[in-house]
Design a protein around this ligand. Structure first.
Ligand code: PLP
Length: 392
Protein backbone atom coordinates (compact mmCIF):
# COMPACT_ATOMS: atom_id res chain seq x y z
CA UNK A 1 0.00 0.00 0.00
CA UNK A 2 1.30 3.44 -0.90
CA UNK A 3 -0.04 6.90 -0.32
CA UNK A 4 0.35 9.79 -2.73
CA UNK A 5 3.73 11.16 -1.65
CA UNK A 6 3.04 14.41 -3.47
CA UNK A 7 0.76 15.49 -0.62
CA UNK A 8 3.83 15.88 1.58
CA UNK A 9 5.01 18.64 -0.79
CA UNK A 10 1.92 20.76 -0.09
CA UNK A 11 2.42 23.78 2.08
CA UNK A 12 -0.01 24.13 4.95
CA UNK A 13 -2.88 26.40 4.07
CA UNK A 14 -2.11 28.88 6.84
CA UNK A 15 -3.35 32.07 5.19
CA UNK A 16 -6.98 32.21 6.27
CA UNK A 17 -6.28 30.30 9.49
CA UNK A 18 -3.63 32.87 10.47
CA UNK A 19 -5.93 35.74 9.49
CA UNK A 20 -8.76 34.23 11.59
CA UNK A 21 -6.58 33.63 14.63
CA UNK A 22 -5.17 37.19 14.53
CA UNK A 23 -8.70 38.60 14.21
CA UNK A 24 -10.03 36.44 17.07
CA UNK A 25 -7.14 37.46 19.31
CA UNK A 26 -7.79 41.13 18.54
CA UNK A 27 -11.52 40.76 19.17
CA UNK A 28 -10.88 39.07 22.51
CA UNK A 29 -8.67 41.90 23.74
CA UNK A 30 -10.58 44.80 22.15
CA UNK A 31 -14.23 44.16 22.95
CA UNK A 32 -16.77 46.48 21.34
CA UNK A 33 -14.57 47.60 18.42
CA UNK A 34 -16.38 47.94 15.10
CA UNK A 35 -14.28 45.57 12.98
CA UNK A 36 -15.02 45.68 9.25
CA UNK A 37 -14.32 42.45 7.42
CA UNK A 38 -13.20 43.01 3.83
CA UNK A 39 -11.16 39.83 3.73
CA UNK A 40 -13.75 37.28 2.76
CA UNK A 41 -14.01 36.10 -0.82
CA UNK A 42 -17.53 34.84 -0.24
CA UNK A 43 -20.73 36.55 -1.30
CA UNK A 44 -23.06 37.90 1.39
CA UNK A 45 -26.33 38.54 -0.48
CA UNK A 46 -29.03 35.82 -0.45
CA UNK A 47 -30.20 33.84 -3.49
CA UNK A 48 -32.61 35.86 -5.60
CA UNK A 49 -36.39 35.28 -5.54
CA UNK A 50 -36.51 33.64 -8.96
CA UNK A 51 -33.94 31.03 -7.87
CA UNK A 52 -35.77 30.38 -4.60
CA UNK A 53 -39.06 29.93 -6.49
CA UNK A 54 -37.47 27.33 -8.80
CA UNK A 55 -35.74 25.55 -5.93
CA UNK A 56 -39.06 25.29 -4.08
CA UNK A 57 -40.93 23.91 -7.07
CA UNK A 58 -38.10 21.44 -7.77
CA UNK A 59 -38.41 20.16 -4.18
CA UNK A 60 -42.12 19.58 -4.81
CA UNK A 61 -41.25 17.72 -8.04
CA UNK A 62 -39.28 15.30 -5.89
CA UNK A 63 -42.35 14.70 -3.68
CA UNK A 64 -44.47 13.29 -6.51
CA UNK A 65 -43.79 9.97 -8.27
CA UNK A 66 -44.85 11.56 -11.58
CA UNK A 67 -42.17 14.26 -11.47
CA UNK A 68 -39.60 12.63 -9.17
CA UNK A 69 -36.03 12.49 -10.53
CA UNK A 70 -33.44 9.86 -9.74
CA UNK A 71 -29.95 9.91 -11.22
CA UNK A 72 -29.68 12.69 -13.78
CA UNK A 73 -27.77 12.84 -17.08
CA UNK A 74 -23.97 12.87 -16.56
CA UNK A 75 -23.55 16.15 -18.44
CA UNK A 76 -26.46 17.81 -16.66
CA UNK A 77 -30.07 18.49 -17.56
CA UNK A 78 -30.84 19.83 -21.01
CA UNK A 79 -33.11 22.57 -19.61
CA UNK A 80 -29.99 24.18 -18.11
CA UNK A 81 -27.48 23.28 -20.83
CA UNK A 82 -29.75 24.79 -23.52
CA UNK A 83 -29.83 28.09 -21.64
CA UNK A 84 -26.04 28.16 -21.43
CA UNK A 85 -25.74 27.41 -25.16
CA UNK A 86 -28.19 30.26 -25.85
CA UNK A 87 -26.21 32.64 -23.65
CA UNK A 88 -23.03 31.94 -25.64
CA UNK A 89 -24.83 32.05 -28.97
CA UNK A 90 -26.20 35.50 -28.10
CA UNK A 91 -22.58 36.57 -27.67
CA UNK A 92 -21.75 35.14 -31.12
CA UNK A 93 -19.99 32.08 -29.74
CA UNK A 94 -21.42 28.96 -31.34
CA UNK A 95 -21.74 26.05 -28.94
CA UNK A 96 -23.57 22.76 -29.03
CA UNK A 97 -25.15 20.99 -26.08
CA UNK A 98 -22.54 18.21 -25.93
CA UNK A 99 -19.81 20.79 -25.25
CA UNK A 100 -21.39 21.88 -21.95
CA UNK A 101 -20.99 20.00 -18.66
CA UNK A 102 -22.87 21.06 -15.53
CA UNK A 103 -20.79 20.81 -12.36
CA UNK A 104 -21.10 21.48 -8.65
CA UNK A 105 -18.91 24.57 -9.03
CA UNK A 106 -15.67 25.74 -10.56
CA UNK A 107 -13.29 24.48 -7.90
CA UNK A 108 -13.93 20.77 -8.40
CA UNK A 109 -13.71 21.02 -12.20
CA UNK A 110 -10.50 23.09 -12.00
CA UNK A 111 -9.03 20.22 -9.99
CA UNK A 112 -10.61 17.18 -11.63
CA UNK A 113 -9.90 18.23 -15.21
CA UNK A 114 -6.29 17.22 -14.51
CA UNK A 115 -7.47 13.58 -14.48
CA UNK A 116 -7.77 13.54 -18.27
CA UNK A 117 -4.16 14.63 -18.80
CA UNK A 118 -1.12 12.42 -18.54
CA UNK A 119 1.42 12.41 -15.72
CA UNK A 120 4.38 14.79 -15.44
CA UNK A 121 2.86 17.76 -17.23
CA UNK A 122 4.52 21.14 -17.13
CA UNK A 123 1.96 23.70 -16.00
CA UNK A 124 2.11 27.46 -16.07
CA UNK A 125 0.29 29.17 -13.21
CA UNK A 126 0.01 32.92 -12.67
CA UNK A 127 1.61 34.33 -9.51
CA UNK A 128 -0.40 35.59 -7.65
CA UNK A 129 -3.59 33.58 -8.18
CA UNK A 130 -6.31 31.46 -6.57
CA UNK A 131 -4.25 28.90 -4.62
CA UNK A 132 -6.26 25.81 -5.68
CA UNK A 133 -4.48 25.57 -9.07
CA UNK A 134 -1.11 25.13 -7.45
CA UNK A 135 -2.23 22.69 -4.77
CA UNK A 136 -4.02 20.37 -7.20
CA UNK A 137 -1.00 20.31 -9.52
CA UNK A 138 1.35 19.56 -6.64
CA UNK A 139 -0.97 16.69 -5.65
CA UNK A 140 -0.61 15.04 -9.04
CA UNK A 141 3.13 15.65 -9.26
CA UNK A 142 3.15 18.10 -12.16
CA UNK A 143 6.03 20.48 -12.73
CA UNK A 144 4.93 24.03 -11.94
CA UNK A 145 6.26 27.16 -13.62
CA UNK A 146 4.98 30.63 -12.78
CA UNK A 147 3.81 33.47 -14.99
CA UNK A 148 4.91 36.46 -12.93
CA UNK A 149 2.20 39.07 -12.47
CA UNK A 150 3.76 42.25 -11.16
CA UNK A 151 3.24 45.98 -11.02
CA UNK A 152 5.26 46.36 -14.24
CA UNK A 153 2.84 44.22 -16.30
CA UNK A 154 -0.18 45.55 -14.36
CA UNK A 155 -0.65 42.01 -13.04
CA UNK A 156 -1.46 40.68 -16.52
CA UNK A 157 1.49 38.51 -17.57
CA UNK A 158 1.85 37.54 -21.24
CA UNK A 159 3.41 34.40 -22.72
CA UNK A 160 7.14 33.86 -22.55
CA UNK A 161 8.02 32.26 -25.88
CA UNK A 162 11.08 30.59 -24.33
CA UNK A 163 9.00 28.43 -22.03
CA UNK A 164 7.60 25.08 -23.11
CA UNK A 165 4.45 24.20 -21.24
CA UNK A 166 1.58 21.72 -21.48
CA UNK A 167 -1.17 23.33 -19.39
CA UNK A 168 -1.74 27.06 -18.84
CA UNK A 169 -4.05 28.49 -16.19
CA UNK A 170 -5.66 31.85 -16.86
CA UNK A 171 -8.01 33.47 -14.36
CA UNK A 172 -9.69 36.59 -15.76
CA UNK A 173 -10.91 38.62 -13.93
CA UNK A 174 -8.21 37.37 -11.61
CA UNK A 175 -8.53 36.44 -7.97
CA UNK A 176 -6.86 38.21 -6.09
CA UNK A 177 -5.71 41.03 -8.39
CA UNK A 178 -8.98 41.78 -10.21
CA UNK A 179 -6.86 42.32 -13.34
CA UNK A 180 -8.77 41.38 -16.49
CA UNK A 181 -7.29 40.53 -19.89
CA UNK A 182 -8.42 42.32 -23.02
CA UNK A 183 -9.05 40.46 -26.27
CA UNK A 184 -5.70 41.29 -27.77
CA UNK A 185 -3.87 39.90 -24.71
CA UNK A 186 -5.98 36.73 -24.71
CA UNK A 187 -5.19 36.29 -28.41
CA UNK A 188 -1.50 36.20 -27.48
CA UNK A 189 -2.15 33.42 -24.98
CA UNK A 190 -4.29 31.50 -27.47
CA UNK A 191 -1.66 31.75 -30.22
CA UNK A 192 1.02 30.66 -27.78
CA UNK A 193 -1.04 27.68 -26.59
CA UNK A 194 -1.85 26.59 -30.13
CA UNK A 195 1.83 26.85 -31.14
CA UNK A 196 2.89 24.86 -28.08
CA UNK A 197 0.09 22.32 -28.44
CA UNK A 198 -0.81 23.28 -24.87
CA UNK A 199 -4.18 23.50 -23.15
CA UNK A 200 -5.51 26.67 -21.53
CA UNK A 201 -7.71 26.21 -18.50
CA UNK A 202 -9.65 29.46 -18.42
CA UNK A 203 -11.31 30.21 -15.10
CA UNK A 204 -14.16 32.65 -15.71
CA UNK A 205 -15.64 32.51 -12.20
CA UNK A 206 -15.80 36.33 -12.01
CA UNK A 207 -16.91 37.08 -15.59
CA UNK A 208 -20.19 38.69 -14.53
CA UNK A 209 -18.31 41.48 -12.79
CA UNK A 210 -17.02 42.65 -16.18
CA UNK A 211 -18.64 46.01 -16.95
CA UNK A 212 -16.41 47.12 -19.82
CA UNK A 213 -18.12 45.86 -23.00
CA UNK A 214 -14.76 45.61 -24.76
CA UNK A 215 -13.36 43.06 -22.32
CA UNK A 216 -13.97 39.38 -23.08
CA UNK A 217 -16.19 37.42 -20.70
CA UNK A 218 -15.22 34.17 -22.40
CA UNK A 219 -11.97 32.97 -23.93
CA UNK A 220 -14.04 31.72 -26.86
CA UNK A 221 -14.45 35.33 -27.98
CA UNK A 222 -11.00 34.58 -29.43
CA UNK A 223 -11.97 32.25 -32.30
CA UNK A 224 -8.79 30.13 -32.29
CA UNK A 225 -9.38 29.34 -28.61
CA UNK A 226 -11.61 26.41 -29.56
CA UNK A 227 -8.56 24.31 -30.44
CA UNK A 228 -6.76 24.97 -27.15
CA UNK A 229 -9.07 26.08 -24.33
CA UNK A 230 -11.39 24.70 -21.68
CA UNK A 231 -13.57 27.29 -19.92
CA UNK A 232 -14.69 26.82 -16.33
CA UNK A 233 -17.63 28.89 -15.06
CA UNK A 234 -19.57 29.17 -11.84
CA UNK A 235 -22.88 30.44 -10.49
CA UNK A 236 -21.12 31.15 -7.17
CA UNK A 237 -20.20 34.80 -7.60
CA UNK A 238 -22.68 35.47 -10.42
CA UNK A 239 -25.76 34.45 -8.48
CA UNK A 240 -24.73 33.77 -4.89
CA UNK A 241 -24.35 29.99 -5.29
CA UNK A 242 -21.25 29.60 -3.08
CA UNK A 243 -23.24 27.50 -0.63
CA UNK A 244 -25.74 26.11 -3.14
CA UNK A 245 -23.07 24.77 -5.58
CA UNK A 246 -23.46 24.85 -9.34
CA UNK A 247 -21.19 25.68 -12.25
CA UNK A 248 -20.42 24.56 -15.79
CA UNK A 249 -17.47 23.70 -17.96
CA UNK A 250 -17.17 24.11 -21.70
CA UNK A 251 -14.97 21.83 -23.79
CA UNK A 252 -15.30 22.61 -27.52
CA UNK A 253 -15.64 19.77 -29.99
CA UNK A 254 -12.59 21.14 -31.85
CA UNK A 255 -10.38 20.46 -28.85
CA UNK A 256 -8.51 17.27 -29.64
CA UNK A 257 -5.16 16.07 -28.35
CA UNK A 258 -3.26 12.94 -29.41
CA UNK A 259 -6.20 12.09 -31.70
CA UNK A 260 -8.74 12.15 -28.88
CA UNK A 261 -11.67 14.57 -28.51
CA UNK A 262 -11.34 15.95 -24.99
CA UNK A 263 -15.07 16.55 -24.48
CA UNK A 264 -15.63 12.82 -25.01
CA UNK A 265 -12.87 12.02 -22.57
CA UNK A 266 -14.41 14.37 -20.01
CA UNK A 267 -17.82 12.74 -20.46
CA UNK A 268 -16.15 9.39 -19.85
CA UNK A 269 -14.49 10.87 -16.76
CA UNK A 270 -17.74 12.31 -15.42
CA UNK A 271 -19.70 9.13 -16.05
CA UNK A 272 -17.22 7.20 -13.91
CA UNK A 273 -16.43 9.84 -11.29
CA UNK A 274 -19.52 11.97 -10.84
CA UNK A 275 -23.22 11.31 -10.49
CA UNK A 276 -24.31 14.78 -11.41
CA UNK A 277 -25.34 18.03 -9.81
CA UNK A 278 -28.65 17.63 -8.02
CA UNK A 279 -31.81 18.20 -10.07
CA UNK A 280 -33.07 20.68 -7.48
CA UNK A 281 -29.93 22.78 -7.73
CA UNK A 282 -29.89 22.70 -11.54
CA UNK A 283 -33.52 23.87 -11.53
CA UNK A 284 -32.51 26.70 -9.21
CA UNK A 285 -29.59 27.64 -11.47
CA UNK A 286 -31.83 27.67 -14.54
CA UNK A 287 -33.82 30.56 -12.97
CA UNK A 288 -30.68 32.71 -13.24
CA UNK A 289 -31.26 32.84 -17.01
CA UNK A 290 -34.92 33.90 -16.81
CA UNK A 291 -35.79 37.54 -17.35
CA UNK A 292 -36.66 38.09 -13.68
CA UNK A 293 -33.62 36.09 -12.57
CA UNK A 294 -31.33 38.24 -14.72
CA UNK A 295 -32.86 41.41 -13.30
CA UNK A 296 -32.57 40.18 -9.73
CA UNK A 297 -28.96 38.97 -9.90
CA UNK A 298 -28.07 42.27 -11.55
CA UNK A 299 -29.30 44.15 -8.49
CA UNK A 300 -27.01 42.17 -6.18
CA UNK A 301 -24.07 42.37 -8.59
CA UNK A 302 -24.62 46.12 -8.85
CA UNK A 303 -24.50 46.41 -5.08
CA UNK A 304 -21.03 44.74 -5.05
CA UNK A 305 -19.94 46.80 -8.06
CA UNK A 306 -20.92 50.03 -6.30
CA UNK A 307 -18.81 49.01 -3.31
CA UNK A 308 -15.90 48.35 -5.66
CA UNK A 309 -16.37 51.83 -7.14
CA UNK A 310 -16.24 53.39 -3.68
CA UNK A 311 -12.94 51.57 -3.07
CA UNK A 312 -11.47 52.66 -6.44
CA UNK A 313 -12.46 56.27 -5.79
CA UNK A 314 -10.57 56.26 -2.49
CA UNK A 315 -7.49 54.69 -4.09
CA UNK A 316 -7.60 57.27 -6.89
CA UNK A 317 -7.85 60.11 -4.37
CA UNK A 318 -4.86 58.69 -2.50
CA UNK A 319 -2.82 58.17 -5.66
CA UNK A 320 -2.38 54.49 -4.82
CA UNK A 321 -1.27 51.84 -7.30
CA UNK A 322 -4.04 49.29 -7.65
CA UNK A 323 -5.60 46.79 -10.00
CA UNK A 324 -9.17 45.44 -9.97
CA UNK A 325 -12.07 47.27 -8.41
CA UNK A 326 -13.27 47.74 -11.95
CA UNK A 327 -14.69 44.59 -13.61
CA UNK A 328 -13.99 42.69 -10.40
CA UNK A 329 -15.15 42.41 -6.77
CA UNK A 330 -11.49 42.53 -5.68
CA UNK A 331 -9.31 45.55 -5.10
CA UNK A 332 -5.57 44.81 -5.09
CA UNK A 333 -3.31 47.62 -4.02
CA UNK A 334 0.27 48.23 -3.05
CA UNK A 335 0.67 48.41 0.73
CA UNK A 336 1.16 51.97 1.98
CA UNK A 337 4.25 53.14 3.90
CA UNK A 338 6.45 50.46 2.23
CA UNK A 339 5.03 47.80 4.56
CA UNK A 340 4.97 44.17 3.48
CA UNK A 341 1.57 42.52 3.28
CA UNK A 342 1.61 40.93 6.76
CA UNK A 343 2.88 44.12 8.42
CA UNK A 344 0.16 46.01 6.57
CA UNK A 345 -2.42 43.45 7.71
CA UNK A 346 -1.43 44.12 11.33
CA UNK A 347 -1.73 47.90 10.95
CA UNK A 348 -5.09 47.56 9.20
CA UNK A 349 -6.40 45.30 11.98
CA UNK A 350 -4.87 46.94 15.04
CA UNK A 351 -5.10 50.60 14.08
CA UNK A 352 -7.98 50.78 11.59
CA UNK A 353 -9.98 47.70 12.65
CA UNK A 354 -10.29 46.51 9.05
CA UNK A 355 -9.67 42.92 8.01
CA UNK A 356 -8.20 42.29 4.56
CA UNK A 357 -6.08 39.56 3.00
CA UNK A 358 -2.28 39.79 2.76
CA UNK A 359 -1.15 39.39 -0.85
CA UNK A 360 1.65 37.01 0.17
CA UNK A 361 -0.99 34.31 0.60
CA UNK A 362 -1.63 34.21 -3.15
CA UNK A 363 1.99 33.94 -4.28
CA UNK A 364 5.38 35.56 -3.86
CA UNK A 365 4.46 38.51 -6.09
CA UNK A 366 1.77 39.46 -3.59
CA UNK A 367 4.36 40.13 -0.91
CA UNK A 368 3.77 43.92 -0.89
CA UNK A 369 0.12 43.91 -1.92
CA UNK A 370 -3.22 43.65 -0.17
CA UNK A 371 -6.66 42.41 -1.22
CA UNK A 372 -9.95 43.96 -0.15
CA UNK A 373 -13.30 42.61 -1.29
CA UNK A 374 -16.51 44.35 -2.30
CA UNK A 375 -18.84 41.73 -0.81
CA UNK A 376 -19.75 43.74 2.29
CA UNK A 377 -22.37 46.42 2.93
CA UNK A 378 -22.14 49.86 1.36
CA UNK A 379 -21.97 51.51 4.81
CA UNK A 380 -19.06 49.34 5.93
CA UNK A 381 -17.22 49.80 2.63
CA UNK A 382 -17.56 53.58 2.87
CA UNK A 383 -16.58 53.59 6.53
CA UNK A 384 -13.50 51.42 5.83
CA UNK A 385 -12.40 53.73 3.02
CA UNK A 386 -12.82 56.78 5.29
CA UNK A 387 -10.60 55.13 7.89
CA UNK A 388 -7.93 54.25 5.28
CA UNK A 389 -7.94 57.77 3.83
CA UNK A 390 -7.66 59.36 7.25
CA UNK A 391 -4.92 57.08 8.56
CA UNK A 392 -2.65 56.94 5.52
N1 PLP B 1 -12.11 30.08 -9.23
C1 PLP B 1 -11.70 31.19 -8.60
C2 PLP B 1 -10.73 32.08 -9.28
C3 PLP B 1 -12.18 31.52 -7.33
O1 PLP B 1 -11.75 32.63 -6.71
C4 PLP B 1 -13.11 30.65 -6.71
C5 PLP B 1 -13.66 30.94 -5.38
O2 PLP B 1 -13.35 31.87 -4.69
C6 PLP B 1 -13.49 29.51 -7.39
C7 PLP B 1 -12.99 29.25 -8.65
C8 PLP B 1 -14.43 28.54 -6.77
O3 PLP B 1 -15.68 28.66 -7.32
P1 PLP B 1 -16.86 27.67 -6.96
O4 PLP B 1 -17.57 28.22 -5.79
O5 PLP B 1 -17.70 27.65 -8.20
O6 PLP B 1 -16.28 26.31 -6.68
Amino acid sequence: MKINENYSKLEGNYLFATVASKVNEFKATHKGKNIINMGIGDVTGPLCEAVIKNLNSAVLDMADAETFKGYGPYRGYNFLIEQIVELYNRRNISLIESEVFISDGAKSDCANILNIFGANQTVLIPDPVYPAYMDTNIMCGNKILFADATRSNKFLPLPNQNLNVDIIYICSPNNPTGATYNKNQLEKWVDYANEQDAIIIFDAAYKDFIEDENLPKSIFEVPKAKTCAIEICSFSKTAGFTGTRCGYTIIPKELTKCGVTLKDMWLRHQSSNYNGTSYIIQKGASAVFSQEGQQQIKETLNHYKENAQIMCKTMDEMGAFYTGGKNSPYLWFECFNSLNSWEFFDVMLNELNIVGTPGQGFGKNGKNFFRLTAFGTKENTQEAMNRIKQYF
